[in-house]
Design a protein around this ligand. Structure first.
Ligand code: ATP
Ligand code: MG
Length: 242
């Protein structure tokens, strides 16, 4: 019979499943000139509450990788398990559910809805998941990113950096367990960029949000616990930030 003390110890140990498990991930696309390999044999694991920077030259596959990790795109090879959910076993509706429940995403190109105001853009994810109070939290987060005076502006009436902050607010507002952001400080001046970095890491510290950030910003990468480096679609190095 199994030793009961051992059994109890097993039960008591917290089983913290990884936020992300990535195995032999590949992305290939057909082109008239032949097949293009964008990502090849990428594998790593990210723990809950980790902060990870993905770095690499332009065209190395960072945005493609981020889309695969968040279930916005499907891999050609390999698998992604997000908080215990194997994305490849889910259909598009299933992946949308997982994203809605667990994921915030900030696109490199922001992707705000042009017909909605800043406030409406930020309220949208709360409305989609059926929250009763959507106005208050959306206003609060927009104030936090310094846009309390721009609530009724449409995206075309906002500067690039302001649109980026609306996109961040939209990703933050649901307090996701995993936040993916593609160049979150890319278009911001140093002061605003610093404020966004503080906001990201406050979310990590307060809510335990796992952060996966694509960035060229050395200061931002340096704040992360880990750095994953891509070169021509392959993971070439992993380091702990200096
Ligand atoms: N759907 C697609 N069809 C063909 N090629 C693609 C497609 N998506 C991406 N690529 C190519 O794959 C490579 C990686 O693109 P990706 O956008 O992931 O790079 P990145 O590392 O994010 O670059 P950047 O730092 O400039 O944003 C690029 O050379 C790009 O042209
Ligand atoms: Mg990119």
């Amino acid at each position: 019979m199994a030793d009961s003390t051992e059994l109890r110890a097993e039960v008591a140990r917290p089983t913290l499943r990884p936020a992300l498990q990535v195995n032999a991930l590949g992305k290939r696309v057909p082109l008239p000139s032949g097949e293009l390999t964008i990502l090849k044999d990428v594998g790593f694991e990210i723990g809950q509450g980790d902060t990870v920077a993905i770095v690499g030259a332009s065209g190395s596959g960072k945005s493609t990788l981020l889309s695969l990790l968040a279930g916005l795109d499907s891999p050609s090879d390999g698998s992604v398990v997000l908080d215990g959910e194997a994305l490849s076993t889910l259909d598009e509706d299933g992946r949308a559910r997982v994203r809605g429940e667990k994921v915030g995403f900030v696109f490199q190109s922001f992707q705000l809805l042009p017909s909605l105001t800043a406030l409406e853009n930020v309220m949208l994810p709360l409305e989609l998941r059926g929250d009763a109070d959507v106005n208050g939290p959306a206003m609060q987060i927009l104030q936090k990113v310094g846009l309390g005076e721009r609530l009724a502006h449409y995206p075309r009436q906002l500067s690039g950096g302001e649109q980026q902050r609306v996109a961040l607010a939209r990703a933050f507002v649901t307090r996701p367990s995993l936040l993916f952001a593609d160049e979150p400080t890319g278009n911001l001046d140093t002061h605003t960029g610093q404020a966004i970095i503080e906001l990201l890491f406050a979310l990590n510290a307060e809510a335990g949000t796992t952060l996966v950030l694509v960035t060229h910003d050395e200061h931002l990468a340096g704040r992360c616990g880990r750095i994953l480096r891509l070169d021509s679609g392959e993971l070439v190095g992993e380091g702990v930030a200096a």
